[in-house]
Design a protein around this ligand. Structure first.
Ligand code: SF4
Ligand code: SF4
Length: 493
């Protein structure tokens, strides 16, 4: 395997512009694919333009590009049984949680500061902590202010859909081409177990009537977005015993109405969160239950499997959160946008990405061409760039891929507590990591010590650092070949 062309991670810390430009303009790319397009053959070029740098709408882009959420929309017009919006909560990572609410002016200052420091930034999203469409004036003011200074940033909102139809025209006029609607049911009877009330046209509704109105508004909003060419992602929270099987029906409905992606997320439920579900003992699904449902949904609306259920003030690549580096008290009063780092990063990524796509295609087709009948569930420790480049003990999540005669596909991620801090690993933390890796056959990472490796082996999980810094798919392809005794990937491995 050739050495990495450029270490993308090395671009994340502040580096001199001369150094960045030297990397971007230096030769050394040996791949014939360098600069080639990563666009899938069957994708409309206009759609590709919209998603290619969006870490949530393109699984491939999430290895390279970052999003940030600004918490400008605290008000909400419905109550979900899984929600309790919390402030000043730096340690919890789940939707609705933020450390500080922002005005549109403060949000603009923060976005510029982040854009100057985080070259991967491509998307600005408003995902609460309430509802971006209900708290519309602040959402609109924030987008108007930011897009004046950073015109190429993609604007994105997340909404429960109740107020959405009232704002679709303005969203289209502002070039917002990504909208997420959370749709947990298409049967209002099921909705009564999820939504105790809604507030609509100055009136509070409860019971079946509330869910009926919400359902109609969600469908209308989705149809209006589709008619205007705005890409819509549907988030559904999987609530075992409430809507898990029903999400198959939801998937059909949203596909028929033009949804671009369906993102089924596990319910996060804990009594400490103070939510109705948390306090009444409603459990969330296990990782393997979520995967089983997602597998059943294959063939319907295209699935998003790489969602990290981010905070409403998250900053950085998916799977990392640099929000605490950009709290208001750390931001300069006056900040001017400097596009240099973002532009340079894009040049570097364009080159690396072509190489990655070619390596991925080679690995996937080689695995597909095998006569082997087996499959492998592989957990990858990565810190971005599409490579196996994180130490086992430093990982806060593992990306999970399935290799089988069908190819190599991303199937999800497992969040874990970082096992090794300051050079030492805690046994109790390792136990939690091993539990989170239930069902995994092999862990691939850049480095792993003998002690955690032995503990993993005792739990039936093998671990290897033999493929450190390879592209993820190349590493998995080579592993698959080794596992099933095949002569694969001789050129790309
Ligand atoms: S719509 Fe969002 S902010 Fe409102 S209650 Fe539901 S989860 Fe919370
Ligand atoms: S919550 Fe999911 S869709 Fe939203 S920014 Fe995070 S990863 Fe993307």
């Amino acid at each position: 395997m050739s050495a990495p062309l450029i270490s993308l991670e090395s671009l994340a810390p502040a580096s001199s512009m001369d150094a960045l430009l030297a990397k971007a303009t230096s030769g050394g790319c040996s791949s014939s694919s360098c600069g080639s397009s990563a666009k899938p053959d069957d994708m409309d070029p206009a759609v590709w333009e919209k998603i290619k740098d969006h870490p949530c709408y393109s699984e491939e882009a999430h290895h390279y590009f970052a999003r940030m959420h600004v918490a400008v929309a605290p008000a909400c017009n419905i109550q979900c049984n899984y929600c309790n919006r919390k402030y000043d909560c730096a340690n919890e990572s789940r939707p609705g949680v933020v450390s500080e609410k922002l005005t549109p002016d403060q949000a603009k200052r923060k976005v510029i500061a982040v854009a100057n420091e985080v070259p991967q930034l491509s998307v600005l999203g408003i995902a609460g902590p309430g509802d971006a469409c209900y708290d519309w004036r602040k959402t609109r003011a924030t987008f108007e202010e930011v897009s004046r200074d950073i015109p190429d940033i993609k604007l994105c909102i997340s909404t429960n859909g109740l107020a959405l139809p009232d704002h679709v025209e303005e969203l289209a006029a502002m070039n917002v081409d990504h909208v997420t609607i959370t749709i947990n049911m298409v049967d209002p009877e099921i909705g009564t177990k999820i939504y105790p009330w809604i507030f609509y046209r100055n009136r509070r509704y409860t019971g079946l009537e509330a869910s009926q109105i919400l359902h109609e508004r969600q469908m209308l909003g989705l149809e209006m977005l589709t008619a205007r060419g705005i890409l819509t992602k549907i988030n559904s929270v999987m609530i075992p015993g409430v809507n898990d099987e029903h999400l198959i029906e939801v998937n059909k409905w949203v596909k028929e109405r033009g949804a671009f992606l369906h993102n089924v997320m596990p319910l996060i439920s804990d009594p400490a969160h103070g939510t109705h579900y948390g306090l009444t003992g409603q459990r969330g699904p296990k990782a393997m239950e979520l995967k089983a449902l997602q597998d059943k949904l294959e063939g319907g609306a295209k699935l998003m499997r790489h969602c990290r259920q981010c905070r409403a003030d998250a900053v950085g690549l998916l799977g990392e959160d640099r929000g605490q580096e950009f709290t208001l008290d750390q931001l300069p009063e006056d900040v001017t946008y400097d596009p240099a780092k973002r532009e340079t990063y894009r040049e570097v990524v364009a080159r690396e990405r072509g190489d990655h796509v070619a390596a991925k295609q080679a690995a996937v087709s080689a695995v597909r061409e095998t006569e082997a009948a087996g499959s492998l569930l592989v957990a990858i420790a990565t810190k971005g760039g599409g490579r196996v480049n994180e130490h086992f003990g430093h990982a806060r999540e593992f990306q999970v891929y399935e290799a089988s005669p069908k190819g190599i596909s991303f199937v999800g991620h497992r969040k874990v507590e970082q096992y090794c801090l300051g050079g030492f690993g805690e046994d109790a933390t390792l136990d939690g990591v091993i539990e989170a890796l239930e069902g995994i056959d092999v862990v691939l990472c850049a480095k792993i010590g003998d002690c955690p490796k032995d503990s993993l082996r005792a739990a039936g999980i093998r671990a290897s650092d033999a493929y450190g810094f390879d592209y993820i798919e190349t590493a998995i392809g080579a592993l698959y070949a080794a596992e099933f005794g095949l002569e694969l990937l001789a050129e790309s491995a």
